[in-house]
Design a protein around this ligand. Structure first.
Ligand code: NAP
Length: 269
C-alpha cells in the first residue's frame, strides 16, 4: 500500500494541468500528477516538476492510493468523452465522500448529469470554471466552483490559495449547486467574446473608416483603458498595437499578451 502523501491528484498534464500543479506546489500542497499517456508523467517529473514536492502515478490505482482522505481528484482534460471516461474508471476506486473536480471547459448540462451520477454513488462532484489561460493557471486563475456543496469545505483552502487575488480578496468562491460553476464560466466566456468582438469592430472602424495607423489606435485604446473601459483586453490591445514587429517573430517580452492570443486563437480562455 502506497503512503498517502498527496493532498490532491490532478489528471491531465497538458498546458492547464501542468501549470495548475506547479501553482498548487508553490502554495505548499502536495500534488499527485497523472496523465493518460504516462510518459508525460515521467517527463513532467524530470523537467518542470524536478526538485518540487510533486509526485506522480502511472495508473489510477497508484494515484488513488497516494491520496489523503477524503480524496480530492481534479480532472483537467479535453472536455466531453474524456471526462466521462475518467469518471467511470475512478468510481470503482473511490470511497463514499471522495471528491472529483472537473476543471475543464465542460458544458454545464454535462456537469448537471455527472452531479446526479456521482450522488447516486455517494461521491461528491464539483464542476469548476477555470479562467486565465496558461499564465492564470500558473500564477493565479479565477476559479468558479459549483456542484455538491459538501465538497466545498474540503477544497476551499486549496482553491482560495492558488487563485488570483483582487485587492487581496480571492477570485474564487462557491458559485452554487449542480452545473453552476460551468454555467458561470460559459457566461464569463460569452461576455469575454462579446468584448473581443467589440474591440475588433472598433479596430476595424478606426483602421478602415478613419484611416488611423497602429500608433494612433494604440493611443485611443490606452486612453480608453484609463476610464470606465479599463480592462485586461483593452490594455493588451493597446500594447499589441504599440508593439513593433521588426523581424517577423512574436514578442518574447510580454508573455501575458502572447499566451492570451494563443488561447484566443485556440478558442479557449
Ligand atoms: P487539452 O488540449 O484540452 O487536453 C489535453 C489533455 O486531455 C491531455 O492530458 C490528454 O491526454 C487528455 N485527453 C484528451 N483526450 C483524452 C481521452 N480521450 N482520454 C483521456 N485523456 C484525454 O488541454 P488544456 O489546454 O490543458 O485544457 C484542459 C481543459 O481546460 C480543457 O477542458 C480546456 O477547454 C480547459 N481550459 C483550457 C484553457 C487554456 O487556455 N488552454 C483555459 C481554461 C480552460 P494525453 O496526453 O494522453 O493525450
Amino acid at each position: 500500500m502506497a503512503e498517502q502523501v498527496a493532498d490532491i491528484a490532478l489528471i491531465g498534464l497538458a498546458v492547464m494541468g501542468q501549470n495548475l500543479i506547479l501553482n498548487m506546489n508553490d502554495h505548499g500542497w502536495v500534488v499527485c500528477a497523472y496523465n493518460r499517456t504516462t510518459e508525460k508523467v515521467d517527463k513532467f517529473l524530470a523537467s518542470e516538476a524536478k526538485d518540487t514536492k510533486i509526485v506522480g502515478a502511472h495508473s489510477l490505482q497508484e494515484m488513488v492510493a497516494k491520496l489523503k482522505k477524503p480524496r480530492r481528484i481534479m480532472i483537467l482534460v479535453k472536455a466531453g468523452a474524456a471526462v466521462d471516461g475518467f469518471i467511470d474508471k475512478l468510481i470503482p476506486l473511490l470511497d463514499k465522500g471522495d471528491i472529483i473536480i472537473d476543471g475543464g471547459n465542460s458544458e454545464y448540462q454535462d456537469t448537471q448529469r455527472r452531479c446526479q451520477q456521482l450522488a447516486e454513488k455517494g461521491l461528491l462532484y464539483v464542476g469548476s470554471g477555470v479562467s486565465g489561460g496558461e499564465e492564470g493557471a500558473r500564477f493565479g486563475p479565477s476559479l468558479m466552483p459549483g456542484g455538491h456543496k459538501e465538497a466545498w469545505p474540503h477544497i476551499k483552502d486549496i482553491f482560495q490559495s492558488i487563485c488570483a487575488k483582487s485587492d487581496s480578496e480571492p477570485c474564487c468562491d462557491w458559485v452554487g449547486e449542480d452545473g453552476a460553476g460551468h454555467y458561470v464560466k460559459m457566461v464569463h466566456n460569452g461576455i469575454e467574446y462579446g468584448d473581443m468582438q467589440l474591440i475588433c469592430e472598433a479596430y476595424h472602424l478606426m483602421k478602415t473608416g478613419l484611416g488611423m495607423d497602429c500608433d494612433e489606435m494604440s493611443e485611443v485604446f490606452t486612453k480608453w483603458n484609463q476610464g470606465e473601459l479599463d480592462s485586461f483586453l483593452i490594455e493588451i490591445t493597446a500594447n499589441i498595437l504599440k508593439f513593433k514587429d521588426t523581424d517577423g517573430t512574436l514578442c518574447q517580452q510580454d508573455c501575458v499578451i502572447c499566451s492570451r492570443f494563443y488561447a484566443v486563437e485556440r478558442g479557449c480562455s
